[in-house]
Design a protein around this ligand. Sequence first.
Ligand code: SF4
Ligand code: SF4
Length: 412
Amino acid sequence: MTTAKSIDELKPDDRVLSCKYIEMGSCFEPGGVHCCIQGSVRSPLIITADEIRNGQVSHDLVVQRRRALFTALNGLSVGPTDPCRTCANLKPKKYRDVSFEYLGGESLSAGLNIQHYTDCNQRCKYCLWTVEDYFVKPQYDPLEYLEVFRKKGKLRGNNWIDFSGGEPSMLKNFGALLGYLLDNNMGTVVVYSNSVIFSQSIYDALKRNKIILTTSLDAGTPATYKKVRAMNAWPTVIRNLIRYRNSGTKGLWLKYIITDDNRTDDDLWGFALAMLAIRPDKIQICPDFPYGERQLPDETVQFAAKLFHILERLTGMRPVDYTTDFGDPKWVKYHEDLKKAIQELEKRNPYGDFETFQKLKPASSMRNLANGLRRSVDRFWDSDFRKKLLPPESTSAKWATIAYRRTVGRFV
Ligand code: SF4
Ligand code: SF4
């Protein structure tokens, strides 16, 4: 590594330690902006919420703060370096290739997160904000920070943007924030919404295939949904998901987080049938993140295996393991145990053959036509126009009813 004593002594060919997140990442959370937020791990704060609120953020200031972290990590100054010091993403490179000028430019997982608030309409049992009872309104406007880069021509696209929180659809300026990310072609935007509130902004962006919507359902029955997410909202969420599905999007992702409360057969089958009906573009399965020393219970592994087995057979869709990239030993063990449990189920095939379900066909076009006709007739019959034309209880109404039943009504 370099023998320079200060950043001014660094030569272009000197080998230094740097990280793409320090150079271009910007993750917004209530306290301010970090270079990265990976679960409960986050880099030192670069810009505070106060500095954004007070209009003190400039491009020079962000570059200066990133550089300060970089020089401390390279032993050229003194300052906080945890957790970067021991992070695998800190890699040697030539100083000439280091730049702190830009915001974004590469699809880095957890490198551009919008979560400057935690306010939410639910209280999911597994959510860290619920556990810590930490629900706060937006602490500042991320657009003020993004604008600093845009005005300098230093805002780049091709990012992976996680827009979470909290519940994003509750933000007063949600449409403006989402619109900004899309209008500036900042990259793939993944919106994490519980879908209790139907958002026209989400629908419109889904329709244009501009975003991915991820909703965690975590249940197969209304009772379990209420137990896990502390809200009696299963029918509302299903209704909104169907509306989002009908946008024609290719970006509807649904998730099942397995907890101690939702590992029943009723939930398994209820969820599988809901997936058969909604047909999401991706199904993600993820055990509740165990914090501290807690190990993943065997019941969770067995339930996850059943979900993988049944969903694939019933819907023809292969679910995705949300934890594939997690490298902690307990996750490695989970991946091995899960693989074995799925193989064992495949060998035993306890639920038989679902071929007929996979070949489930939509209703025939004649049936659809008949259903449409019946809906039109029902609408006409309930209309004020019909009531004027054929007043209820009148002889003409009775004759019209008999005529309908003996003709069109026999077929629809
Ligand atoms: S070194 Fe690791 S912890 Fe630090 S900013 Fe990079 S990815 Fe984040
Ligand atoms: S919807 Fe999301 S943010 Fe809200 S409580 Fe549940 S997990 Fe937490």
